[in-house]
Design a protein around this ligand. Sequence first.
Ligand code: SER
Length: 313
Amino acid sequence: MTSDRILLTGAGGQIGAVLTEALRETYGADHVVATDLKALGPQSGPTEILNALDAPALDELVRKYRITQIYHLAAILSATGEKDPMWAWNINMTSLFNVLEVARQREVAKVYFPSSIAVFGREAHRNNTPQFEVLIPETVYGISKVAGENWANYYFRRYGLDVRSMRYPGIIGYQSMPGGGTTDYAVDIYHYAVQHKPYECFLRADTRLPMLYMPDTIKATLQLMEAPSDCLTVRTSYNLAGMSFTPEEIAASIQKEMPGFQISYKPDFRQAIADSWPATIDDSAARRDWGWQPEYDLDAMTRDMLYHLKLKY
Ligand code: SER
């Protein structure tokens, strides 16, 4: 039986909900404490209501469960953040500092902090964006992730805290809904398709963005967290890639399975955010250091998404 005890913030979110279950399979249900701002439904392991801005409450849970690893997933995403930048900055940074400080002060051995392709801006190379690239993000979310990556690196260098991070692209899964991101269309579109509804996309037809299917996301996260510390050469955040596609390509992929599916385009403020992000990512450091290799391409993901969502509706 493992001696690791894990706490997740944002465990009710798009990635958190799926990652909680995966961690429980690996570490045992009782060893994984799922926390979120709102009460989580009945689960196979412990749950707690936690506002990650509340440092004493976080500290109490870390002590109560003798937590050894924190996965800090709570954050305000790119599109929502633009509606109230100071609010988003406060939530993203205060919660991260609370996690880093409690980890430094208590016996927490490892911290996971997801970063994002939102760290890049228009000055970065759009294609095959390198690991060590100029980072001039254009959203408050991206700024908070660049700052967060640097604080992760700082806590590692200064205090030896084993903080690990990767830059998630847009994440697509059938189990949960995303909240407030620029890549959310790539989840919504499947829900419309299985309900035989036409989809109006908030990005232009030719907007190419990096994306990743949920099983690959979970695999990458667990692989990074289980890798030997001395294999990790990047202590800010690893570039990570799965696939890259445009709205018209994902629509065509759905039409191979559902020929009647229809899409139209009505770009909104999220188009400018997407235009500042990379189209494709160079993730060779992740492949070299901890053996990253994605399994799903667009058509394999489409078949799996449609299969599972058809069961759901
Ligand atoms: N999916 C995220 C967003 O769109 C990217 O990290 O905000």
